[in-house]
Design a protein around this ligand. Structure first.
Ligand code: SAM
Length: 213
């Protein structure tokens, strides 16, 4: 199938049909060529309703989960956002369409280098990839309008909440290694509120404020 048609079907059947209606978010999913973020031998499955392996024991998340997390962040064009877990770079590319700057931390150096090349080839120059342990956030660029964690954490790392602006949103899967609750934590002048976006299953967030390797 033509990739654009495949994206239209993905947006209609997997994203809109499950209740995501923000036109800016839907437009980003129509524009970003997901098939260019997966390995050659898996391109034919790039628009399927599931995560796919990207090497190094990691995955590119299911399109709907990427959309759900992106939608919850309530991004604006002038926003600065932090992503923990660059992986394939697909989520970073989606955020790059919606925000001014995307800082993305990845702990696996060869994965980060491969993804940097793909993002450069496609012109996503407002994505800044940093190699390191994202469980401590990225102090040097704080504060952020939004922080998105794309690996499953045992608890919410305090540093991430600290590095949010007032108002700011943190979207993070928290739970055990098999199943997590996708949390949206909002910081406002009135304090911190938390809401559940439902169950999910992510690879482990590994680091000082995460799981052991
Ligand atoms: N957002 C990614 C995408 O669009 O492909 C999906 C990422 S994958 C589900 C999770 C990623 O988090 C992996 O690439 C993994 O290496 C990374 N990761 C796990 N723990 C991390 C940490 N402490 N800091 C930075 N990256 C981490």
């Amino acid at each position: 199938m033509d990739p654009y048609l495949a994206r239209q079907t993905m947006v209609e059947k997997q994203i809109k049909a499950r209740g995501i209606t923000n036109p800016r978010v839907l437009k980003a999913f129509l524009e970003v060529p997901r098939h260019l973020f997966v390995d050659e031998h898996l391109k034919y499955r790039a628009y399927d309703d599931c995560p796919l392996p990207i090497g190094y024991g990691q995955t590119i998340s299911q399109p709907y989960i990427v959309a759900l997390m992106t939608d919850a962040l309530q991004t604006q064009p002038d926003h600065k956002v932090l992503e923990i877990g660059t992986g394939s770079g697909y989520q970073s590319a989606i955020l790059s369409k919606l925000c001014a700057d995307v800082y993305s931390v990845e702990r696996i150096s060869p994965l980060a280098s491969r993804t940097r090349m793909i993002l450069d080839e496609l012109g996503y120059f407002n994505v800044h990839i940093i190699i390191g342990d994202g469980t401590k956030g990225l102090d040097r660029e704080a504060f952020y309008d939004g922080i998105l964690v794309t690996a499953g954490a045992p608890y919410v790392p305090e540093k991430l909440v600290e590095q949010l602006k007032t108002v700011g949103r943190l979207v993070i899967p928290v739970g055990d290694q098999d199943i997590q609750d996708l949390k949206c934590i909002t910081k406002t002048e009135d304090g911190i509120t938390e809401k559940s976006l439902g169950g999910c299953r992510f690879v482990k967030l590994i680091g000082e404020e995460g799981w052991e390797e």
